[in-house]
Design a binder for this molecule. Structure first.
Ligand code: ADP
Ligand code: MG
Length: 317
């Protein structure tokens, strides 16, 4: 048994019908814990998608084609948004990460703006699990419509780690990103406006233009006065998030997009509730420290843990 490596099926020459060499099949097995599925189960899943007649017949024929199985993936996950007129085309792949791939789409008639970002999470089996457990602590499980799951049998399935339970945790992880974006957008924090959530995908406002996605802050050169303003704004945002029951918990110059003097904080699936998470203050301090470290390159000196502590006292005590 092994897992198909995450990137394989987005490669042009990948074909799940062709068995990989034995050496490949055993690679990566050591040290991997549960949540393994047989190759066959994973291959079956891809083929089920590949042969889905509804998906094949759909009118949705995006400009961006991508690799062979990526096309199947795009049709399956984004087809419903096309049908709901939230997107009208897929223009380009912005970035494939460990956990999700982000595409730039043109907005459909029912979505705001001209462009929309589609963040497609990998199905659970293809995901490179990060240390989710730390972030899940103290959180409610959210269902496919973002509602808290209270059903006893479902909660038992999650506790026992059954296949269904793991699937629910996966959905909850995405739902959590969407719920966080909604809450923070409503609170005036500069996050991408969330548009929809379904099919392993979060649809949101796109940062950048059709030619070039917004770069992350870490690769932008700011003037000194821009840097000072942005530093102050980000600290204010972290505090507003705290006041609204969220700590980002993976905040850094990689998760802030910067575009023509504006910015958006992104990537919220791991965000935690400061009222219920045991390590909330540590996570807040880590976020603030990373922000302070980034701005130190502009000669902005700060005392991260004192700043975080003061925020905590103002908002939580
Ligand atoms: N709304 C967006 N507009 C434009 N690009 C985006 C948007 N959201 C994400 N991206 C791009 O996709 C990358 C990955 O998204 P992110 O949410 O950070 O997921 P992860 O880091 O977990 O893979 C980002 O670094 C950024 O380049
Ligand atoms: Mg990220």
């Amino acid at each position: 048994m092994s897992r198909i490596r995450t990137q394989d099926w987005l490669n042009e020459d990948f074909d799940p019908r062709v068995p990989r060499r034995r050496a490949d099949l055993t690679k990566g097995l050591r040290g991997e814990r549960a949540d393994r599925y047989s190759d066959q189960a994973i291959i079956d899943e891809i083929l089920a998608h590949a042969d889905d007649p509804e998906a094949q017949a759909a009118a949705f024929n995006p400009t961006y084609q991508g690799a062979r199985y990526e096309r199947v993936w795009i049709r399956n996950y984004l087809g419903a948004f096309y049908d709901r007129r939230l997107i009208s085309d897929v223009l380009r792949k912005v970035k494939g990460g460990k956990e999700a791939t982000v595409y730039c789409c043109s907005a459909g008639s029912l979505a705001p703006g001209d462009l929309v970002a589609a963040k497609i999470y990998r199905p659970r089996q293809f995901r490179n699990l990060r240390n989710d457990a730390l972030y899940r602590q103290g959180r409610e499980i959210l269902g496919a419509r973002g509602q808290p799951v209270r059903d006893r049998r479902a909660l038992v399935a999650i506790r026992e780690g059954t296949r269904k339970g793991k699937e629910m945790e996966h959905v909850s992880w995405l739902a959590h990103e969407y719920a966080s974006l909604r809450a923070l957008h409503a609170a005036g924090v500069p996050v991408p406006e969330p548009i929809a959530f379904a099919n392993n995908t979060v649809l949101m406002e796109y940062c950048g233009d059709a030619k070039r996605p917004a770069p992350a802050l870490h690769s932008v050169r700011l003037s000194l006065s821009e840097a000072r303003d942005l530093f102050a704004s980000l600290l204010r945002d972290v505090e507003t998030m705290l006041a609204n029951g969220r700590i980002h918990a993976d905040l850094s110059a990689f998760n802030v997009l910067y575009w023509r003097g504006e910015y958006r904080i992104i990537d919220f699936p791991q965000s935690v509730d400061p009222a219920t998470h045991d390590s909330a203050l540590d996570l807040l301090q880590r976020d603030v420290t990373r922000i302070c470290q980034y701005f130190a390159r502009y000669g902005i000196a700060s005392h991260a843990s004192a700043l975080a502590q003061a925020m905590w006292e103002r908002q939580m005590i």
